[in-house]
Design a protein around this ligand. Sequence first.
Ligand code: FAD
Length: 411
Amino acid sequence: MSDVHVDVLIIGAGPSGCVAASYLHNKNLKIKVVEKNRFPRFVIGESLLPRSMHHFEEVGLIDCLKEYGFERKSGARFIKGEDKCDFDFSNKHTDGWDWTWQVPRADFDNVLANELIKRNVDILFEHTVIDIIFSPDGTSETIIENTNKETSSIKAKYIIDSSGFGRVIPRLLDLEKPSEAPNHSSIFTHVKDIKRPPGREGTIITFDVIDTQTWLWVIPFSNGVTSIGYVGPTEYLDSFKGDKTEKLTQLLKLSDHYYERFRDLDFSFEPIHIKNYSKSVKQLYGKGYVLTGNSAEFLDPVFSSGVAFATESALLAAKLIHRELNNSPVDWEDEYSNHIKKGVNVFSTYVKEWYTGNLQDLFFHQPENKEIKKQICSVLAGYVWDETNPFVKKHDKIIKNLAHLIRLEKA
Ligand code: FAD
């Protein structure tokens, strides 16, 4: 029997878990965060979106992040051969934060967790959730294991599963379902960017499009290190011979723009190869639990939406749990699931239309239409719930239709 009782147990201390924990702690709920790793720990997801700044700000986590000195991200650049499309977040349709950061996540997540510890949030590191027993009323007993394989348990009224790719509750309750996104994979590492050019060219986040299906990310950090990673169809990345270092070395040769900058640089760690990264679930909540962040859904890295969804879902879930524990009814389907799915659907369309090539045609079309660019820029900044933006409201038709017009114009 457990003698540890909390209102809310949060699984995982990534951005999703930290935002939820900060909100609930500020509301004086008794919470506990259980985190499998010791921090700092590596995780991918280094290009953030301005939308998530609202979440960090609302829960009181923005000042500690500002103090650290991460590289400021004011937009993003897409290039394809000689073609370029530069998005500047200060020139977007929707009001709101117009900058964010590009970050080594080990440091970023560590700043968040340390700030919570400073405020006496109870985070238990190096403990893994291995099982959860739910009672019919939704309360639960969670079994955790330390690094010596000793187990203990925690009783909670509610669980927020922010376990990222750990996907604890989806696995335990058989909630996983195949994603509709294409089978794509990624291979990435960090390099000490000693040939980094001065000025903006050296620091801008870039998506270098090799072909319609394959692209390279370049994410420079303020500490002189740069993240480089290829994304492409699983079979295509598998077709490169050799180990992960050899594969990434061969892939880098495909980039006319970046090959000289990164050739012959030592990789900071053996490249990581994640295959078929897209994930989905049958439901986002149930009695006594809610799934947030990557634990719920992951589409594709192409528009850097992962952390923004992680913090959006965490903040909303925390607010709704707080309300429910104060005896106000919550319509989880409408207030949580539908809201998150609305945003996910917009990004799903953008991901799909990126890989059909339609969105790439739109990005690289000249001359640029300034109004269209502002509207797309809002989506790329994460403002995917603003229905005054036609690129949100009519996302399922507008890209396809405009790409069709571009093709007619070219014919
Ligand atoms: P995480 O940050 O993964 O945190 C989950 C935490 O839960 C971890 O610390 C883990 O140790 C812990 N945990 C797991 N299992 C257990 C357990 N059983 N018990 C206790 N603790 C547990 N997103 C972006 O926003 N920008 C990008 O540029 C970007 N690039 C990406 C590139 C690739 C190739 C991939 C695959 C993803 C990318 N993402 C990106 C997505 C990003 O990685 C995630 O969306 C983001 O990290 C989600 O945050 P989170 O808090 O949900 O999970």
